[in-house]
Design a protein around this ligand. Structure first.
Ligand code: SAM
Length: 320
């Protein structure tokens, strides 16, 4: 399939865990092991075996050729590096989170984005990390502990049940929303296991749902997660992301939120990965065409990442 072909070309992205090391030290460490650092490769597709470079957009990401296997590498085992696709490193950066603030990661497990936020916050302030799934939340606890995160409080339960008026959350300014999605953007060598994108699917109870029905259910859920986040009285930046390539879960969701909540707008392009060229599809945000530039997309076949989408909502009063 096209997805398998794409997967063959996706580099091995490595996020340096800044709780434990620095990008410069990690570059030195890999060089010492015999890897060759390439300063500015013309085309990532030409990166040779055992060579690597810095990512062109994200300061804490290194790029290795597709076949590089680092799963048993001591730096990975120690939690010094995180094996995370480049696009899934976008949301924490888009949050532009400073130190000493309060944040919520609403759909957090297994916790790669939580640990990324924690690193960008330099272990200060606080992150409440919610997940409905107990088993996945256990993984989050393990993963974030291994990564050296000390500012995370894992909460088993639905984010939708968190009371925005609870005094505990009074200072929450940053919310990261990465809700369940179709996963249609994920390209991996195991794509047949994650690809839930068939036209019709049989459910556990024997009923059949169409692709349209499933996308409708997902987008209703995604909208409810965003709408809940908008209720937090001090919300400053609310980052929404999916690993879907379907506009039903992306631009259309954003358009619904903007039309129902005029007190919120999209953060402008300057604060949402301005140098990333692929932006939202204007035709899928008909009433907000000119704002499609404020959201980010990735396309597996073109961008050498998984398919991904990121938008950031800010209170209208925060813009002038
Ligand atoms: N952000 C995670 C990361 O980067 O490692 C991946 C999150 S995954 C796309 C979506 C998660 O949302 C799943 O772990 C799922 O259990 C969780 N979830 C679904 N409904 C939820 C809800 N109402 N409240 C909190 N978490 C929920």
């Amino acid at each position: 399939s096209q997805k398998s072909k794409d997967a063959l070309h996706i580099p091995r992205y490595v996020r340096v865990n800044e709780h434990k090391s620095t990008v410069e030290n990690m570059i030195k460490a890999f060089e010492k092991e015999g890897y060759t650092f390439v300063d500015t490769p013309e085309d990532l597709r030409t990166l040779g075996i055992k060579s690597f470079c810095k990512d062109a957009h994200l300061h804490d990401v290194l790029v290795f050729p597709p076949k590089t296997d680092l799963h048993i590498h001591p730096k990975y085992v120690a939690g010094d590096i995180i094996l995370q696709d480049k696009a899934s490193c976008f949301p924490a950066h888009v949050a532009q989170i400073p130190t000493n603030v309060h944040a919520i990661d609403a759909c957090a497990a297994p916790g790669n984005k939580t640990s990324h936020l924690s690193a960008l916050m330099k272990n200060t302030g606080r992150i409440w990390a919610f997940d409905l799934d107990q088993r996945r939340l256990q993984t989050l606890k393990k993963l974030t502990t291994k990564a050296g995160c000390r500012n995370i409080e894992a909460i088993h339960g639905s984010f939708l049940d968190a009371d925005p008026m609870d005094a505990m959350y009074a200072k929450v300014e940053y919310l990261l929303l990465d809700p369940s999605c179709s996963g249609s953007g994920i390209v991996s060598r195991l794509d047949h296991l994650v690809d839930g994108d068939d036209d019709e699917q049989e459910n556990a109870d024997g009923t059949i749902t169409t692709r349209e029905e499933r996308l409708q259910n997902l987008s209703d859920f995604q909208i409810s997660i965003i709408e809940h986040a908008l209720k937090f009285p001090n919300a400053k930046r609310i980052v929404y992301s999916t690993c879907s390539i379907h506009s039903e879960e992306n631009e259309n969701v954003v358009q619904t939120i903007l039309s129902r909540h005029p007190e919120f707008v999209l953060a402008s392009r300057e604060s949402v990965l301005p140098t990333w060229q692929r932006r939202g599809f204007p035709g899928e945000m008909e009433n907000y065409r000119e704002q499609s530039d404020s959201v980010v997309r990735t396309l597996p076949s073109e961008d050498l990442t998984n398919g991904f989408f990121v938008a950031c909502f800010v209170p209208r009063t925060a813009t002038s």
